[in-house]
Ligand binder design. Structure first.
Ligand SMILES: [Zn+2]
Length: 288
């Protein structure tokens, strides 16, 4: 815990120190007035960026204030984890993931984007029929804190509607895009009888730099009992779909086999959450 915090502090401090050193060098060659203006600007931008990134990191991974209503991982010594997939369904990748899960007889939870569920009801139905769980990931993958209250209500309700229409099940879980929540989302979740489920270990499979072996290594080297693992069966950096998830598909068999080899059991979210001692404030690495 302490070590992770210090690593994060250093990640912010080292670039800041390098920037300062570069600024001092620049100050020697520029006219004095221009230099002082520049320095003020650079320092202001640096401090704002550092605070913004640091704050966002703490907010997404640790949360601010009491978080009993939101789950990131379950505090247990038992070697159990749950697999979750965000942003789908995708007509290309979700069926491939379902095939692998069926082959290994492993459950997962799919946090669907409502608009994708509306477009691919057959895949939503297949997810439910094959015993997997469905969650709500908003209708159009919005940033919750910057979405108006009325639109937020529609984003959540219509996603539930499309999932229910396709599969005949009411999604029990809610995961806000990018892990960005606010008080209104938490109130809506309570009113709609849904559990907000975030994650404790991201595969970072959305990063272009992540190859299938790197995704596998990342998960297997960091996994802890009670983890909720995050993958993506659709999505893209800016848009809500379109990126290749081939690497996720390729990594999945090795991840399942690797978890088993390390003595882990892959259980459904419902089974994981049934364990007592939900831990609201875990020590998890940054998601970006
Ligand atoms: Zn997402």
């Amino acid at each position: 815990m302490e070590l992770m915090i210090w690593i994060r502090v250093l990640v912010v401090l080292i670039p800041a120190a390098v920037g300062m050193a570069a600024a001092v060098m620049l100050g020697r060659v520029l006219p004095r007035k221009l230099w002082s203006r520049l320095l003020q600007g650079v320092v202001a931008i640096g401090i704002s960026l550092g605070l913004l990134l640091g704050g966002l990191n703490v907010y997404v991974n640790f949360g601010v204030g009491p978080q009993e209503d939101m789950v990131r991982r379950v505090a247990t010594e038992k070697k159990i984890v749950a697999l979750t997939f965000d942003d789908g369904p995708s007509p290309t990748y979700t069926p491939q993931i379902l095939d692998i899960l069926a082959e290994y007889q492993v459950p997962a939870a799919f946090f669907a984007v409502g608009a994708h569920a509306e477009r691919h009801p057959d895949i939503v139905r297949r997810i439910a029929e094959e015993g997997h769980e469905l969650g709500n990931h908003t209708l159009t993958h919005v940033n919750v804190p910057t979405t108006g209250t009325l639109q937020l209500a529609a984003e959540l309700a219509l996603t539930n509607f499309h999932i229910y229409e396709a599969a005949g099940v009411y999604p029990k879980y809610l995961r806000p895009p990018r892990g960005m929540y606010d008080r209104r989302l938490r109130q809506w979740a309570e009113l709609m009888d849904m559990q907000i489920v975030l994650w404790s270990l991201s595969s970072q499979d959305w990063l272009e730099t992540m190859t299938a072996p790197r995704i596998t290594t990342r998960i297997l080297s960091r996994v802890r009992p009670g983890d909720i693992l995050l993958f993506h069966d659709s999505g893209a950096i800016v848009r809500s779909e379109g990126a290749s998830r081939l690497r996720t598909v390729q990594a999945l068999p090795d991840i399942i086999e690797g978890l088993w080899a390390r003595g882990y059991e892959i259980v459904s979210l419902a089974e994981l959450l049934a364990y007592p001692g939900v831990e609201p404030d875990p020590d998890v690495p940054p998601v970006y």
